[in-house]
Ligand binder design. Structure first.
Ligand SMILES: Cc1cc2nc3c(=O)[nH]c(=O)nc-3n(C[C@H](O)[C@H](O)[C@H](O)COP(=O)(O)OP(=O)(O)OC[C@H]3O[C@@H](n4cnc5c(N)ncnc54)[C@H](O)[C@@H]3O)c2cc1C
Length: 487
């Protein structure tokens, strides 16, 4: 039996990590990317890319670690820790909310640098070939062929493989062709909000704000966030309804908006920084949920191609990386049934490059049994978190619950887990995280209602017992109550 070959469409974050995994497992890997090699691209191309930095947390790091712990070290070398949210209120007051009481943190990382590291990593394997400037034109999942246009020459080439992986992002062509092969249920929803990035440059060579925090300006109908970069700048993202973006037409409108809602940022951005608003693109925000993610043992879509999300839980890429770790686990399970597929050490040298089509199909069936549901839960969480960050973070009820859950988590680490920890600091499936959180909400509601009822009854009892006689009331004797019940 010959060595299996995989075609990966899209050399973004998820596609390049997938290439590392398949190359490590002994497959011949052909990675096709529409853009030029980003490592050679000029700075204009860098600026044209969406989002300069991202947050990477436990799920993303776990997937990188499984392919190679040294790769994780390289990634951590370019990451900056963020231990909690720094909330900037309208009156200029700051309020810090740590992500956990155990000092856990998420990491701010440059999207471009991370992509460079992953591309360099997969290229280290002699069985990997990367075709830049090759755009997927069509894909036949039935006979496992794909047609790519060489953008430089204009020529079409046809490639075939044992498995085709669509990692070509939110507007995936692979997903469209999967729909032609099988009955894919698909939901695509644009939200009414958009985003625009602004840069907060260093001040006197230092970070303009404390750097190990995720900064947010919650303003109910909109939100500004800021994450640190290695060059001591912050990338700030303004999330706002389209109508608000459209209403800011002149410099005067813009400065009025900043003075009214974000006055503390004016000296931090400076006039030039604020005016970037007009130069920078306003990006749409939407999500895609679909199922199934695979077709027979022939193809599968991963990352944004399968579950593009709104970015408010910082999980899009993390979930995409987790896709690849889970896919690998399921393929390893087929290749080495006696080995624990989740044990990194035990599976280190397992090769999956001799699997038959039916073994690959068995793995992909299991994959579709969990990933569409889990990624849909991740998207629901992201939608929820937008309102948490814009509105709830400043509400007393939110703060109390947050405090109680964190404290209870210290005492009962497995029974009570704050939602943020389940999502960002664990590998619990997103679906289970939502279920666990709903359960905790019910418990807390029950405890709160019970405490309130007991307090009210106790207060009423003492009020009648001690205050009643003075007003001519008295508590009935037990014998009187028994008589009443008997009647
Ligand atoms: C504002 C914003 C902030 C975000 N912040 C975070 C965050 O903090 N944390 C997080 O985890 N996620 C975040 N995300 C989500 C994250 O950016 C995506 O989930 C992630 O980039 C998905 O990676 P991907 O490889 O699947 O897709 P992409 O990164 O989009 O890569 C797809 C690749 O496929 C290529 N391609 C497309 N079409 C073709 C074709 N026809 N042929 C060949 N190649 C093709 C593209 O050129 C691209 O290189 C954010 C997203 C946004 C919009």
């Amino acid at each position: 039996m010959s060595q299996n070959k995989v075609i990966i469409v899209g050399g973004g974050l998820v596609g390049s990590l997938a290439a590392c995994y398949f190359a490590k497992r002994g497959w011949i890997v052909e990675l096709y990317e529409k853009r030029p090699d980003p490592r050679k691209a000029d700075s204009n191309e860098r600026l044209a890319r969406r989002t300069i930095n991202l947050s990477i947390s436990t799920r993303g790091l776990s997937a990188i670690n499984r392919v190679d712990p040294d790769l994780k070290k390289k990634v951590m070398d370019i990451a900056l820790p963020m231990y909690g949210r720094m909330i900037h209120n309208l009156d200029g007051k700051l309020n810090y909310q740590s992500y956990s009481l155990q000092g856990e943190f998420i990491n701010s990382i440059d999207r471009g640098l991370l992509n460079h590291i992953l591309l360099a990593e997969c290229e280290k394997y002699p069985t990997t070939t990367i075709f830049f400037e090759h755009s997927l034109e069509s894909c036949n999942f039935e006979n496992k062929t794909a047609v790519f246009k060489n953008i430089a020459t204009g020529q079409d080439i046809t490639a075939s493989a044992d498995l085709i992986i669509g990692a070509d992002g939110a507007w995936s062509t692979a997903r469209r062709y999967l729909q032609y092969s099988t009955r894919v249920n698909l939901e695509q929803t644009y939200i009414d909000h958009a985003y625009c990035e602004l840069e907060m440059k260093p001040k006197n060579g230092e970070f303009a704000m404390v750097e190990d925090r995720f900064h947010i300006w919650p303003r109910k109908t909109f939100l500004l966030i800021a994450q640190p970069n290695l060059d001591k700048s912050f990338t700030c993202t303004l999330f706002m309804p389209w109508s608000k973006f459209n209403s800011i037409k002149t410099e005067e409108d813009l400065f009025k908006f900043f003075e009214e809602y974000l006055p503390d940022t004016i000296p931090l951005f400076g006039k030039e920084g604020i005016l970037e608003y007009f130069k920078n693109p306003k990006g749409p925000l939407f999500y895609v949920k679909c199922t199934p993610h695979h077709y027979k043992g022939n193809g599968v879509i991963v990352g944004d191609a399968a579950h593009c999300t709104v970015p408010f839980y910082a999980q899009g890429m993390n979930c995409g990386f987790e896709d690849i770790e889970i896919l690998d686990t399921l393929l390893v399970e087929q290749a080495a049934p006696l080995v624990d597929p989740t044990d990194n050490e035990a599976t280190k040298d397992v090769k999956t490059n001799r699997l038959t089509n039916s073994q690959i199909e068995a793995a992909l069936i299991k994959y579709t049994a969990c990933r569409p549901r889990d990624s849909a839960s991740m998207i629901d969480l992201a939608m929820y978190n937008y309102s948490e960050m814009r509105i709830s973070v400043n509400m007393l009820s939110y703060k109390i619950r947050n405090w109680i859950e964190k404290k209870l988590h210290l005492v009962f680490p497995k029974t009570v887990i704050p939602l943020y920890s389940m999502v960002s600091f664990s590998k619990m499936s997103y679906t289970n995280a939502v279920a666990q959180w709903n359960k905790q909400t019910d418990w807390l509601r029950f405890a709160f209602n019970s405490i309130t009822r007991v307090s009210l009854i106790t207060a009423a009892f003492f009020a009648i017992k001690y205050g009643g006689p003075r007003l001519g009331y008295r508590l009935p004797a037990i014998s009187e109550i028994t008589k009443l019940i008997k009647k």
